[in-house]
Write a protein that binds this ligand. Sequence first.
Ligand code: E4P
Length: 222
Amino acid sequence: MKFFIDTANLQQIQEAQDLGVLDGVTTNPSLMAKEGISGEQNVIDHYKAICAIVDGDVSAEVISTTYPEMIAEGEKLAALHPRIVVKVPIIKDGIKAIKYFSSKGIKTNCTLVFSAGQALLAAKAGATYVSPFIGRLDDISVNGLDLIAEIREIYDNYGYETQILAASVRHSAHILGCAKIGADVMTGPISAIVSLLKHPLTDSGLAQFLEDHRKVSQLNSN
Ligand code: E4P
């Protein structure tokens, strides 16, 4: 399973990249706003800075909601770097735009997906990635992982190549659940990735190893 980080924060992206397990980045307009990024040139510069850090795909979301505007904006974004993936919301004009981008060889990430029907349409339009938001479904007491399983089943039934990018991941149990189901990618905060490391027996075991080593070294040096 590929690991993407869901942030526009350059420090966190660098930190995840340095960990050696990062496969890509997803951003959205709220994440860009959180970093205070606005204005065409600043947005362009920021995406370029992200692409300079990571080796994998970087999702850049369009702000437009009409077909012609999405095409113009998406083509500009795609031209910034070969690793840019144009992120498009699952609305009528968005599906048309995904179909267009896929015919031009431009990678897409169909976002704001909350149902299997939406995911089916995204695959039919040729999306590179589909982003079901599992954390936001959990927030309204709907099991987000069930949606990932449903989409996996549908895509496997027909051999759709669209990659399931489990989004709105909040914690390590989400990541493990996605891995068991067979999501292709997960995107979440660095805290969720790092928390996969944690186990109390690892901490106590390491403390014991180091203490035993220290004791015998002390003994031998006397
Ligand atoms: C998807 O690509 C979105 O950026 C993201 O995962 C949304 O997550 P949130 O629900 O934590 O805002």
